[in-house]
Design a protein around this ligand. Structure first.
Ligand code: BTN
Length: 277
């Protein structure tokens, strides 16, 4: 794989220095190593490259800028320098592989909890893993994994948080659907403080996952869901658009919808395109 402009730098930006990150990492068993970049194509791509090397695990990869950030459904994730938190975790959990999609909900949950703690806001979660404030997306999660012969090779949790963009930093088509935390609180947000808190919350969620405490993740997630029970929701899957009322999420991270004919439908992947508050 070609790695673009991926020379690790001593300090990636004024407010995000390597030493402070190393300090955090040394106090936490959750992450063993950290790679920081001023600019890279995509931290998820770099995590994949690292994953091909033996014994690499529990690595945090962070870049101040991504030139080819990737979102869900093959979308581009705009990742300008100095404005956001763009990072990936390379993990190799040794169990509960059938429940990995729940970790993608758990990652959104961890970001929401960190935002609550650092900024005293009340973010909402949109299945599977968007974090919204006042209906606008401030964070997205891209979970990627590879299996061979039913054994997990790697898991990558890629997280993008819009932290300090101004409204004009967003492209026209995103202006009504995306926002940064700075736009909400009307002041610049400390990226290092937020990142540290997100990593702490992620560690908690990951430990719950490894200890099979799936219900704890689900119940915290449901407290923050952006629609009420029985709200009408429409989802675009690869095959069709499904509309039903929201019932639940299950411990596999699936959305449980009640269809018009009374049948319960489990949805594994898709994008919610319409919902009632
Ligand atoms: C989404 O579409 O909502 C998911 C966006 C995920 C973006 C993050 S930024 C860090 C990591 N590297 C990428 O290329 N994508 C993820």
């Amino acid at each position: 794989m070609e790695i673009l402009n991926s020379e690790p730098m001593a300090d990636i930006a004024d407010d995000l220095d390597r030493e402070a990150l190393q300090k955090f990492v040394s106090g936490h068993s959750f992450i063993k190593d950290v790679s920081v970049f001023r600019e890279i194509d995509s931290t998820n791509n770099y995590a994949k490259y690292l994953a091909k090397q033996k014994n690499t695990k529990d690595v945090l990869i962070l870049s101040d800028q991504q030139t080819f950030g990737r979102g869900r459904a093959s979308k581009t994730w705009i990742s300008p320098p100095g404005k956001g938190l763009w990072f990936s975790l390379l993990l190799r959990p040794d169990k509960n592989w059938e429940k990995l999609p729940l970790l993608s909900l758990g990652a959104g949950l961890a970001v929401a909890m960190a935002i609550e703690k650092v900024l005293n806001l009340t973010p909402k979660l949109k299945w599977p893993n968007d974090v919204l404030i006042s209906g606008r997306k401030v964070c997205g999660v891209l979970l990627e994994s590879e299996f061979s012969f039913e054994k997990l090779n790697y898991l990558i949790i890629g997280i993008g948080i819009n932290v300090n963009q101004d409204v004009n930093d967003f492209e026209k088509n995103l202006k009504n659907v995306a926002a940064s935390l700075k736009m909400v609180v009307r002041r610049a947000v400390d990226r290092l403080e937020l990142l540290t808190r997100v990593l702490q919350q992620l560690e908690i969620v990951y430990q719950q996952f490894l200890h099979s405490q799936f219900d704890s993740i689900c119940s915290e997630w449901k407290k923050r869901v952006c629609f009420k029970e029985n709200a009408v929701v429409s989802i675009r899957t690869n095959e069709e658009i499904i509309t039903g009322t929201f019932e639940n999420i299950d411990t596999y991270g699936r959305l449980v919808l009640r269809l018009g004919n009374g049948e319960s439908k489990l949805i594994q992947s898709g994008t919610i395109i319409n919902w009632q508050l």
